[in-house]
Design a protein around this ligand. Structure first.
Ligand code: AMP
Ligand code: MN
Length: 340
């Protein structure tokens, strides 16, 4: 293994990360604001692995974990803060193409280890590992944990599986590879029960959330000859349905269950003239490129951004770009092939 702690072009980033970890004792682990399943899964798998090595670990995010993840081990102990100033030897940042995506101030005062799979990662760490071919950051964390020689405990394996299950849209996106299944095979061998994890994440709705889904989906609009679905929600709609404003998490994935719909855009009003935009697509339709045009980012099949302006103007600007992306991307097959 190379004896250095800064990356060089031909150094193995996993070996460098392992060395940086072995040399240090106190870690803070952060991920992007509004953390998702891959953020939480990657962070907690790493936290359990580091603690197994006798390290001191604090997991800090700007926002709380999604409520559907609260039942998983260690999630309730994640700290919510927008600044860290503790005595840490290193900050491990996962899932962030830029350090400011954490929304947490103070992380740059530590030795930064950057582990990410989002296209356009800015290499902001003292050690950087970017792998755009990973279906989830949790796949990368799996490799680091294996290289550290930490056994796959049930907690670690479960969190890696949570990251992969959620970041592949329940094994739907084109980012999935044989590596994904090879890792999942090892996770199942370590005791993960996929139906149990899936039920815990996806079947934990409240009735208010289900009714809110109904209200939002019944006002779905179609564009581009039915290839593009538009959904939107504001606080009044959420309150009328009896759900909370956070209950819209995951709603964006439902329009794509319609065969003809190739892409979906979800506008959520955050404040007057301020919209959070979530986008999903099938096949080669590149929504990361669309999100980047609005200062956001993400992946080809799942991306997001924030856009300001009046609703009809914001909608028109985003829809124009998504329709262009649909025209460029080859739509997924209309019919499954007979061989399937
Ligand atoms: P969401 O629709 O919020 O679930 O986000 C889908 C994907 O896009 C996730 O991988 C996010 O990390 C990414 N993403 C969302 N918003 C942004 C943003 N403003 N900047 C960069 N990436 C984003
Ligand atoms: Mn991810």
């Amino acid at each position: 293994m190379p004896h250095q702690t800064t990356p060089t072009s031909n150094a193995d980033p996993v070996a460098l990360i392992c060395e940086a970890i072995r040399d240090r004792q106190r870690f803070v682990i952060s991920s992007h604001s509004r953390p998702d399943g891959d953020s939480i899964g990657s962070q907690l798998a790493m936290a359990y692995a580091l603690r197994a090595l006798g390290k001191d670990v604090e997991v800090v995010n700007q926002d709380a974990a999604p409520s559907a993840l609260m039942a998983f081990p260690g999630v309730r102990s994640v700290l919510v803060a927008d600044r860290v100033d503790g005595q840490f030897d290193a900050a491990i940042i996962m899932e962030c193409s830029e350090l400011k995506r954490t929304g947490v101030e103070g992380l740059d005062q530590y030795f930064v280890i950057n582990i990410d799979h989002h296209p356009g990662n800015a290499n902001y760490g003292a050690v950087n590992w970017f792998d755009g071919g990973a279906a989830a950051c949790a796949e990368m964390v799996f490799d680091v944990i294996r290289a550290l020689g930490v056994p796959l405990s049930l907690e670690i394996a479960t969190h890696i599986y949570v990251g992969i299950l959620t970041d592949t849209g329940s094994f739907h996106y084109s980012s999935i590879s044989s590596r994904t299944f090879d890792i999942c095979r090892q996770l199942v061998d370590a005791g993960v029960e996929p139906p149990k994890v899936a039920r815990s994440i996806f079947d934990s709705n409240t009735l208010g959330r289900l009714k809110l889904f109904g209200a939002v989906l019944s006002s779905i609009e179609l564009e581009d000859d039915g290839r593009l679905a538009i959904v939107c929600v504001d606080r009044a709609m959420a309150a009328a349905a009896g759900g909370t404003y956070d209950d819209t998490e995951g709603l964006i994935n439902l329009p794509l269950t319609v065969r003809e719909i190739q892409a979906a855009v979800f506008f959520k009003e955050i404040a007057k003239h301020d919209y959070r935009v979530s986008m999903r697509s099938k096949g080669d339709i590149d929504l990361c490129a669309v999100a980047k045009k609005f200062g956001g980012g993400g992946h080809k099949n799942a991306s997001g951004c924030s856009v300001t302006g009046r609703y009809h103007e914001v909608r028109a600007r985003v829809v124009r770009e998504v329709i262009a992306a649909i025209a460029h991307g080859s739509p997924s097959e209309e019919e499954p092939s007979a061989a399937l």
